[in-house]
Design a protein around this ligand. Structure first.
Ligand SMILES: [Zn+2]
Length: 201
């Protein structure tokens, strides 16, 4: 990868041999491998010994989870907050593992819509809750830095399943708790791919 980064620097009109750039290929290599380390992560290992059987059927919410990801159309960052809620049947995920779950899917080349649904689908698959809701609010540098479609550089996506989809009061309770009333239910399912980041340009 370091040879490619050197070529890229030259292609951009830079001199890869000048002092400030000498170690850049190595740094970029390391940074990119970290930022895409989610590909190598194993969900079951991440959640290992953190799925518990409990007698608890109230909503579990973890909000304001910071995440950083790379948009797959431009390889530029998008980042923001992820809010997750679920209603257990008889299984819960250890609270400290939920941000790790977000990391596994955000440290990849992503689009915001897929990131949202992958987190929701994994929770459904692992603990079969009565319902799960994931809302992501993010700023896309591919939009804001390039000065295009500025009004869309901040995007909200959501995935609502089970009780959060079927029961308006449950959904409103969640949206009230994360202070985000404007999100329509299950918008992620009806959204065209690439809504958050317009991939054509
Ligand atoms: Zn983009």
């Amino acid at each position: 990868m370091q040879d490619l980064i050197r070529q890229l620097l030259a292609e951009l009109g830079e001199d890869p041999d000048r002092e400030g750039l000498l170690r850049t290929p190595k740094r970029v290599d390391k940074a990119l491998r970290f930022l895409t380390s989610g590909y190598g992560a194993n969900i079951d290992e991440v959640l290992n010994e953190a799925l518990f059987t409990v007698d608890y059927n109230e909503m579990v919410i973890v909000k304001d989870i910071d995440f950083y990801s790379l948009c797959e159309h431009h390889l530029l960052p998008f980042f923001g907050k992820c809010h997750i809620a679920y209603i257990p049947t008889n299984r819960v995920i250890g609270l400290s593992k939920i941000p790790r779950l977000v990391d596994v899917f955000s440290r990849r080349l992503q689009i915001q819509e897929r990131l949202t649904s992958q987190i929701a689908d994994t929770i459904r698959e692992k603990i079969t809750p009565l319902g799960v809701a994931v809302v992501i609010e993010a700023t896309h540098l591919c939009m804001s830095m390039r000065g295009v479609e500025k009004q869309n550089s901040f995007a909200v996506t959501s995935a609502m399943h089970g009780a959060f989809r079927d029961n308006a009061r449950t959904r409103m309770e969640f949206l009230e708790l994360i202070k985000l009333r404007s999100v329509a239910p299950a918008v992620v399912d009806s959204m065209p791919a690439g809504y958050a980041c317009i991939g054509e340009d």
